[in-house]
Design a protein around this ligand. Structure first.
Ligand code: GLA
Length: 359
């Protein structure tokens, strides 16, 4: 009997521990409710996995990781693949979660037909602009009133110091005009949606200067642009607290709304794509790496809170370390651990660091 009682007590204590691990007392979206929409990038597949519970409990917004990109959603000139994006939007709207639309014009993950003209020729400018407009009309129109913010143009600025615009096919064929037009068409398709320019390497002063210059010029021309998206694909090695503060300070001076759109903190240096597979010792998720990552998350959110007058939304790029786009990228065979929840979907120390503050 005594033994039975003991087991009962031990059992219920254990279930308490397990419960408190799976369900942190206060969730991300609750803690930040007065400051930011807390978003997460998801796939329709994630909605059929145990990660779904984390999406529902921790986050107040979603971005489709891939489902709204031009290649996946508009695979042929006359064919749209709506079902995956529809399922993400339906899931979110049924739960009163905000939806960020990502993305309308981007040089990557484009469908083959987009740049093809007559015969073997490349499409001419007028036709390409027509296609971009038709794409924007259809996609923004379909989700009108349900997507509160769109990444209209993604990554149009060059990473090369001497070069202003990225020499993408959009740029080569249309010149910079496609950027302005894309914003105008998106605004016409849903006048209530907030329209963003989104980019990475935003902590690099030269690239940041170019982003700000472009955005200011667009505004001076009266182009409907409402915000800047900072992708924030960071690592445990950068940015420093000073660089981060300078970055947010510079962007906040534009007076535009800021969204942190794709946050993750890789536990590796940001290598070039051709790097060889490093040895195991370099890829281990050591307690030291975890500690620095925890500090980096602490630093990032302290900075976001400091600039909360300008920042309205923070989105994590993926849900937990169970899956991240950084697994195998840029180095095949290497696992990354960039998020707040581990592969068992439990909150990491970095979760604690993000939650440990008082306003
Ligand atoms: C860029 C894009 C995102 C995503 C990431 C990698 O940041 O904006 O949509 O593709 O690369 O997953």
């Amino acid at each position: 009997m005594k033994q039975h009682l003991f087991m009962l007590i031990a059992g219920s204590m254990l279930s308490l521990v397990v419960q408190s691990q799976t369900t942190p007392a206060v969730t991300l979206k609750e803690k930040y409710a007065s400051s930011f929409t807390m978003g997460v990038a998801i796939s329709p597949r994630a909605l059929r996995t145990p990660e779904r519970q984390l999406i529902e409990t921790q986050f107040s917004g979603v971005t489709a990781e891939n489902a709204m990109k031009m290649g996946p959603i508009h695979p042929r000139a006359d064919r749209f693949n709506w079902a995956p994006a529809d399922s993400v939007v339906a899931f979110a709207t049924a739960r009163n979660m905000a939806v960020r639309g990502h993305t309308l014009v981007w040089h990557s993950q484009t469908p083959d037909w987009l740049f093809k003209g007559e015969g073997d020729q490349q499409v001419i400018k007028e036709e390409l602009l027509k296609r971009i407009k038709a794409h924007i009309d259809s996609v923004v129109g379909r989700y009108k009133g349900r997507v509160f913010a769109w990444d209209v143009v993604n990554e149009a600025i060059s990473d090369q110091k001497e070069e202003f615009y990225r020499p993408s096919l959009f740029y080569q064929i249309c010149g910079e005009e496609y950027i302005q037009k894309a914003f105008e068409w998106a605004h016409a398709a849903d006048p209530s949606a907030l329209l963003f320019y989104n980019d990475y390497n935003e902590t690099d002063p030269v690239k940041r200067g170019k982003i700000i210059k472009m955005v200011n010029e667009l505004r001076a021309k009266g182009v409907p642009i409402h915000g800047i998206g900072l992708q924030a694909h960071w690592s445990i090695f950068s940015p420093s607290a000073e660089v981060l503060d300078q970055t947010l300070s510079d962007f906040s001076k534009t007076g535009l709304t800021l969204h942190i759109t794709e946050l993750d903190v890789s536990v590796y240096k940001k290598e070039g794509r051709r790097e060889r597979i490093p040895s195991d010792s370099l890829t281990a998720y050591t307690p030291e790496r975890e500690a620095i990552q925890t500090e980096m998350y602490q630093r990032a959110f302290a900075a976001f809170r400091k600039y909360r007058e300008f920042i309205r939304s923070v989105t994590f790029w993926n849900i937990s370390d169970r899956y991240s786009w950084l697994d195998n990228f840029p180095i095949r065979g290497r696992k990354d651990h960039p998020l707040l929840f581990d592969a068992a979907l439990q909150p990491k120390k970095s979760f604690g660091a993000v939650m440990d503050f008082k306003f």
